[in-house]
Design a protein around this ligand. Sequence first.
Ligand SMILES: CC(C)(COP(=O)(O)OP(=O)(O)OC[C@H]1O[C@@H](n2cnc3c(N)ncnc32)[C@H](O)[C@@H]1OP(=O)(O)O)[C@@H](O)C(=O)NCCC(=O)NCCS
Length: 152
Amino acid sequence: MSFSIRPIQASDKDEWLALWTGPDSYLEFYESIDKVTDEATNTTFDRFLDDAEPVWAAVAVNDEGKLIGFATYLTHRNTWKVENTLYLNDLFVHPKVRLGGVGRALIEYVYKRADELGCGKTYWNTQFENHRAQLLYTKVGKKSGFLLYIRP
Ligand SMILES: CC(C)(COP(=O)(O)OP(=O)(O)OC[C@H]1O[C@@H](n2cnc3c(N)ncnc32)[C@H](O)[C@@H]1OP(=O)(O)O)[C@@H](O)C(=O)NCCC(=O)NCCS
């Protein structure tokens, strides 16, 4: 399967929504369709296209021009560095095209963007039980050694 990675564009909205929240989607994978409001989804999409917002999305597109995956990422300050840090917020490849190198290509694209944006660090989280994702992450990253806590 051939595919390419490019920045998201306004005309991608319907296909991105299907990958984000439709059947076999990212939010379904996280059993979170009812936890993310339409307002949040629409605001997030608008922010991807807003040059003033430090939030971006890249999409994987197959040879028919159809969206088959995406990565979203944002930058933020870091008290230990002058440069911003890049956080990979979401990564998703449609179940039908997994194990074809799309996930790796999306992460490599985000690394390239981190360099372009002058970020000193790139990081992301995953669930302990997400072994499939970790099979990819051990090849393109290394464990930070930190645990993530959230406010209850
Ligand atoms: C995690 C995810 C993005 C990976 O996407 P993908 O397109 O299947 O990943 P790739 O094909 O690029 O990479 C898979 C790599 O991990 C390895 N791998 C992944 N699953 C594997 C498996 N079940 N058995 C053996 N190796 C596996 C492959 O060998 C491959 O390594 P390579 O690049 O050296 O060939 C995809 O499974 C997904 O969207 N999952 C649901 C959402 C999710 O978990 N997102 C991440 C949240 S943190």
